[in-house]
Design a protein around this ligand. Structure first.
Ligand code: C2E
Ligand code: CA
Ligand code: CA
Length: 651
């Protein structure tokens, strides 16, 4: 639209310049033409005829004198010719275009008539068979008398002509001035238009520049992350495709790295989002400084980065960059005056060795990153085939797990716990089982993490609670209505805001006393605990359920949790129990037990497989013990018989 306006203005300008100049040329031309025509018409005709008559009169008189002499040079014939010529000059004077003007100034008509009569008289004399000399002399004298009036007439004509010229000149001057002014006006108008157009062009150029700059900015924003200024996922995808294509042409390699800031959520929750942003910016800066200009570092999601390393020949080169990036985090981050220790996990893969398509490489890097995190974070992992197979199995299981519940492949085993003081049965821990087929069992240590990563742990967890409450309400109630039911909770479950409400609904729907419930949570779930996790734990505790800290001493132990949370008991991890013959492990276990007791917690020793282990746990002061030695996890059908046997033979 704007362009068409400009085109219109230019068109108009060109048109007006054209009109101006053609007008000036045309007007000047017209002025000349008119001037000439006017000069021709302004009395010149009368002047010419009076002048002619004057000359011709003199010539005739001269010829008449010579004829009278006589002069052989002038005969009758020649005399007649002169007479006719003078006669022929009379009509233009009397009837010409200027005659009227001349007639006004003098009595031309009378003079003409008299002259004509005089000429007629001479003609008659000459026509006679013999010329009458006296009449001839008289006529000649009469003709001579005309010389003065004709001279006077000639002067009048001359005067009139020069007056007409002066008048004409004045009028022409007026026209010329008018034309000059009109030309100046047109010229000024054109100049104004040109200035306007130049100004307009300048302005639209400025607008165009502004637009270009805005477009460039929009373009930059579309391809870059605002916080760190790094390329975003879109640009990263483009660069990766380009890098792979170029590497394929040059037969070189490309390293792809997925980078994840470890426990970023905890940093955010503990220090606030501003601090989190600062960490991301500083992380981006440090990593970018570690890499070459030709390589690409991108921020592809919240705390996830990715790096494209071009022209890398071997896996060693890939690992080398990965290690350099990890080392870039050795120095603590200065966030609002606090020293903060951040770290990253990296998953790397190499083109073309590990895969040739972008999809394949992205998936490889993802698998490798997952492995690095599983291995305990703050490290890199390079993709390999074994990893790939494990990942493929993970994915297959993930898909199967979605339907496992509907297909009735999930079940629950119950493992008893006993009090060390009197050997009394205290409760059962519900442990999930997945029998994919009659002979293939998938361990919960394998499928629970999968369920956690794809979210299916939430419906599965609800199902476990519902099934276990229903089972224990029926079977156990007949013998021991007071035994407790321990349910394992995954961090993903307790993070859900509505976790408590859903659990309460399930328990109430089965009329199960919540005070008989015990929820086992791992330390790891508390490490990144957000407000909903803490609220859920408090709400469960408030309705009378017991809270047990599972696998104590294996994860990121933070004693502050022991202080801040409403805990009832603590489980000594079975890994410790398995190594109780080791002196140092013994010391650790004694320490944990003492600490727990000082905090008013019950200590449960799990994984007691032998009598010796059981006795050791009792000696250390464990309040309860659980393990194959005392009872294996069993299906609900066996629970009745198990409890009946216990009733018959008390420990
Ligand atoms: P956990 O909570 O530490 O459960 C105890 C594990 O130790 C169970 O393994 C149990 O069978 C095993 N165990 C018990 N006594 C002994 C013993 O004397 N020796 C040995 N070697 N092992 C013993 P399981 O059933 O394979 O479960 C593994 C883990 O899977 C559990 O560890 C728990 O973290 C998780 N899990 C099991 N069921 C559920 C569930 O319903 N929900 C959630 N979120 N996690 C579950
Ligand atoms: Ca447990
Ligand atoms: Ca445990």
């Amino acid at each position: 639209m704007r362009t068409s306006w400009r085109d219109l203005a230019i068109g108009f300008l060109v048109f007006s310049v054209f009109v101006t100049f053609t007008s000036i040329i045309f007007i000047n031309f017209e002025r000349l033409r008119l001037g000439n025509a006017a000069i021709l018409r302004s009395g010149a005709e009368s002047l010419w005829s009076t002048h002619e008559i004057e000359i011709e009169l003199l010539r005739l008189l001269k010829a008449m004198h010579r004829f009278q002499a006589p002069d052989p040079g002038v005969d009758l014939e020649a005399l007649r010719l002169r007479l006719d010529i003078l006669w022929s000059r009379l009509p233009p004077l009397l009837e010409g275009r200027d005659a009227a003007q001349l007639r006004e100034a003098s009595d031309v008509e009378t003079l003409g008539a008299r002259l004509s009569a005089a000429l007629q008289e001479i003609s008659d004399i000459l026509d006679a068979p013999s010329v009458d000399a006296a009449a001839y002399a008289r006529a000649m004298a009469g003709l001579e008398a005309f010389a003065t009036p004709i001279r006077e007439l000639s002067l009048v004509a001359l005067h009139q002509t020069s007056q007409g010229h002066a008048e004409l000149q004045r009028r022409l001057d007026d026209i010329y001035t008018a034309i000059l002014m009109a030309s100046c006006g047109l010229g000024l108008g054109t100049l104004g238009l040109i200035t306007l157009l130049v100004f307009q062009l300048g302005r639209s150029q400025k607008l165009l520049d502004l637009k270009e700059r805005a477009n460039a900015q929009i373009e930059h924003l579309a391809h870059h992350d605002v916080l760190t200024g790094l390329p975003n996922r879109r640009l990263f995808n483009d660069r990766l495709a380009q890098s792979l294509a170029a590497a394929a042409r040059r037969s070189s390699g490309v390293g792809l790295h997925f980078i994840d800031v470890d426990n970023f959520k905890a940093i955010n929750d503990t220090f606030g989002h501003m601090a989190g942003d600062q960490v991301l910016q500083e992380a981006a800066r440090r990593m970018a400084a570690t890499m070459r200009e030709v390589d690409t570092l991108a921020r592809i999601a919240g705390d996830e980065f990715a790096a494209i390393q071009i022209d890398v020949a071997t896996a060693d080169g890939v690992v080398e960059l990965s290690e350099r990036l990890i080392r870039a985090f050795e120095q603590p981050f200065d966030v609002a005056g606090n020293d903060l220790q951040a770290s990253i996990s990296i998953g790397s893969t190499l083109f073309p060795d590990d895969g040739r398509t972008t999809e394949r490489l992205l998936s490889n890097a993802d698998v490798a990153l997952h492995r690095a995190k599983q291995n305990g974070r703050r490290q890199g992992a390079l993709f390999d085939e074994v990893m790939m197979e494990k990942e493929a199995r993970r994915r297959r299981l993930g898909v199967r797990l979605e339907q496992a519940r509907e297909h009735g492949e999930l079940s629950i085993r119950y493992q008893p716990k006993f009090a060390t003081a009197d050997g009394r049965l205290m409760g059962f821990e519900a442990l999930i089982r997945w029998d994919r087929s009659p002979h293939v069992e998938v361990s919960p240590t394998e499928f629970i993490p999968i369920a956690e990563s794809n979210g299916s742990i939430v419906p599965i967890g609800d199902w476990v609670l519902w099934t276990a409450c229903r089972d224990l309400a029926g079977s156990a109630a007949r013998h021991r209505p007071d035994v407790t039911l321990a349910i394992n909770l995954s961090p993903v479950q307790i993070q859900k805001e509505d976790c408590f409400r859903r659990f309460l609904k399930i328990v109430e729907s089965l009329d199960f006393d919540p005070r008989r419930l015990e929820f086992e949570i791992t330390e790891t779930s508390l490490f990144n605990a957000d407000t909903s996790t803490l609220a859920n734990i408090r709400d469960l505790h408030d309705v009378g359920a017991r809270i047990c800290l599972d696998d104590f001493g294996t994860g990121y132990s933070s004693l502050s949790h022991l202080q801040a949370l409403p805990l009832n008991s603590m489980k000594l991890d079975r890994g410790f129990v398995a190594r109780l013959d080791d002196h140092r492990t013994q010391c650790i276990c004694e320490g944990i037990t003492a600490l727990g007791h000082r905090l008013g917690l019950e200590i449960v020793g799990e994984g007691a497989e032998t009598e010796w282990q059981y006795n050791e746990l009792v000696r250390m002061g464990c309040d309860q013990v659980q393990g194959y030695y005392l009872g294996r996890p069993m299906p609900i059908e066996e629970l009745d018989g198990f409890m009946a046997r216990l009733a018959r033979a008390p420990a």
